[in-house]
Design a protein around this ligand. Structure first.
Ligand code: HEC
Ligand code: HEC
Length: 300
């Protein structure tokens, strides 16, 4: 009868065990979403309802002035587009709001690749420009309204892991994609901007309709990004004092590696004594628990 605590057997298991321990440590830190009891969700709270303002006429006039002064040189006085910039008629206020509040627009020069920079306009001015452009032609999506009350961060994490992590990485740190395209880091974004990006799909990002991400899931994934990804004091994972996912990753690595070292030292100690006693390499053929398929993975 083979003893399950035979040192030889443990030694064979050491390499796979190391991998498992490290993987579990990393997974525990990075992949545990903050679970929260699900409060009754107010359905349909977050969606594309058109923004109405009591001073709509004044806001539209302000939006037209801002557009004429900052955008028309490239996009044309009627937002019809030009040789150097696309037509904006019918893109919808959500697209315009995102491109302006992310600082992508206005471009410094027509050939520059849009990059995130502090927005040139405050929130009211941005909405005024967006509403003005949307008023020129029908089409597109209105600025989405997000309601994080009652949203479920755990569901948001699964939606994110499935739909967003392939490009933005599971920590939201961003990543280089093919052909010099870069999926940016998801930090410093408002809830509205995240919802706009999901629904409108800026640049090289696909857009997600309500068929892929429902209204409720939109709230959930926005809650996950704003709470767990953007806010380092609430990064999810284990309760390590909220030091942030990267620092927590290192803690996970040190704990995991430390455990492995202890196990390796203990096994090494046991094996040396046994090898000495038998006077040979330890893994001679025909040993009590020789097993050809297991033998393949012995590296230690
Ligand atoms: C220097 C020229 C220039 C100026 C000024 C400029 N844009 Fe643009 N805009 C562009 C170019 C070029 C693109 C296409 C960029 C791309 O797709 O990478 C673009 C794209 C956009 C898009 C995305 C359109 C779509 O269908 O995805 C929006 C929205 C937009 N601009 C709005 C604005 C607004 C609003 C302003 C003024 C605040 C502005 N732009 C100022 C050149 C300009
Ligand atoms: C196929 C890759 C891909 C997927 C999947 C993807 N994105 Fe993106 N995302 C991008 C790229 C590329 C950009 C930059 C837009 C551009 O090309 O100008 C972007 C931009 C964004 C922005 C704007 C960032 C900024 O700096 O203003 C947000 C927010 C965002 N993505 C969120 C998400 C969320 C949330 C999901 C999942 C529901 C998601 N993305 C899925 C590739 C992707």
């Amino acid at each position: 009868m083979r003893s399950s605590f035979s040192p030889k057997r443990l030694r064979r298991l050491a390499a796979p065990l190391t991998i498992v321990v490290v993987a579990v440590a990393i997974a525990a830190v990075f992949f545990t979403p903050q679970t929260k009891s699900v409060a009754a969700r107010s359905l349909g709270s977050a969606e594309l309802t058109s923004a109405t303002s009591p001073n709509a006429a004044a806001a539209l006039a302000e939006g037209k002035t801002l557009f004429d002064n900052n955008c028309s040189s490239c996009h044309g006085v009627e937002a019809q587009g030009s040789a150097i910039a696309p037509n904006l008629r019918g893109v919808g206020s959500a697209t315009v709001d995102l491109w302006v509040s992310s600082g992508w627009m206005p471009l410094a020069n027509p050939t520059a690749q849009p990059a995130r920079k502090p927005s040139k306009f405050d929130n009211a001015q941005t909405v005024a420009i967006a509403d003005y452009v949307a008023s020129l032609a029908k089409g597109g999506l209105a600025i989405p309204k997000v309601n994080l009350k009652g949203s479920n961060v755990a569901t948001g994490f699964s939606v994110f892991a499935l739909n967003c992590a392939p490009c933005h990485t599971v920590t939201g740190a961003g990543d280089a994609l093919a052909n010099g395209i870069y999926a940016p880091a998801l930090h410093g974004l408002s809830a509205t901007m995240i919802a706009e990006a999901i629904r409108t799909g800026p640049g090289n990002m696909p857009r997600f309709s309500t068929f892929t991400i429902s209204k409720a899931q939109l709230d959930d994934v926005v809650a996950y990004v704003t709470k767990n990804i953007e806010n380092p004091t609430n990064p999810g994972g284990l309760g390590l004092g909220g030091v942030g996912p990267v620092a927590e990753g290192f803690v996970g690595l040190f704990v995991g590696v430390g455990l492995c070292v202890l196990v390796a030292l203990w096994i090494g100690d046991r094996t040396e004594r046994e090898d000495g006693a038998h006077g040979k390499g330890g893994d001679g053929p025909g040993g009590p628990d020789a097993d050809e398929s297991e033998r393949e993975v012995v590296h230690a």
